[in-house]
Design a binder for this molecule. Structure first.
Ligand code: AMP
Length: 211
């Protein structure tokens, strides 16, 4: 899944992963989990994630590909937040080619930047199970509480306005390059992220069925 932070990538990834019965692999979630678990990887990653900067490729590629080697990915997987740049895309390509696997679809959720800013600063996440909510677009049933596990929802440190602006700037440039890269490989499918969550998920489901 390609798209700027706040494009709805995470939510749509969850829908697709449930529907297709394949694991949803998010490098951002892997870093947050490592941070919560207090591992060394988590500590190193936090130096970057807290500022909205990208974690260095050698670390990110390592954890992403290690995750893909686990048994639950043998019948397919959905990647969310990886690759983020061309070096990561090339590493993924080589990984897939060496295992006779294909990246079948690259879905790009295209979105307006002002909309993203509003969405990101209103985002709330569950620190216990990782589910995502939004104060306006996808509020939890009980204010401030996760619908799935009842934990208290939090705002990610990197969702503050200043950090969000920095993340959008860095990601815009990199995403544009990835869009070109996958378009040249004829696997890119673009959908409009300004649509309502369920409408967008229907568009994606239809597109996956068609191809
Ligand atoms: P996300 O949950 O995808 O928005 O990611 C949260 C943060 O984790 C990002 O702002 C980066 O600091 C880091 N991160 C996640 N995925 C990557 C990646 N593929 N390459 C580098 N850093 C990443």
């Amino acid at each position: 899944m390609l798209g700027l932070p706040g494009s709805g990538k995470g939510t749509q990834s969850e829908f697709i992963s449930n529907k297709q019965n394949i694991p949803h692999i998010s490098t951002g979630s892997l870093f947050r989990k490592a941070d919560q678990d207090g591992t060394e990887l988590g500590l190193v990653a936090r130096q970057y994630t807290a500022k909205g900067e990208l974690v260095p490729d050698e670390i990110t590629i390592g954890i992403a590909l290690e995750r893909l080697d686990q048994d639950d990915c043998s019948q397919g997987f959905l990647l969310d937040g990886f690759p983020r740049n061309l070096a990561q895309a090339e590493a993924l390509n080589q990984y897939a080619a060496a295992r006779n696997k294909m990246i079948d679809h690259v879905i790009y959720i295209e979105t307006d930047e002002a909309l993203l800013l509003e969405r990101l600063t209103g985002r709330r996440v569950c620190p216990a199970c990782g589910k995502t909510f939004h104060l306006m677009n996808h509020p939890p049933q009980i204010d401030g509480q996760c619908d799935y596990c009842s934990a208290k929802l939090i705002q990610r440190a990197d969702d503050s306005e200043e950090t969000v602006k920095e993340r959008l700037k860095v990601n815009r440039r990199l995403t544009d390059r990835l869009v070109e890269y996958y378009d040249s490989k004829s696997v890119l499918r673009t959908v409009s992220g300004s649509k309502e969550i369920h409408e967008l998920s229907e568009d994606i489901a239809e597109l996956l069925q068609r191809d």
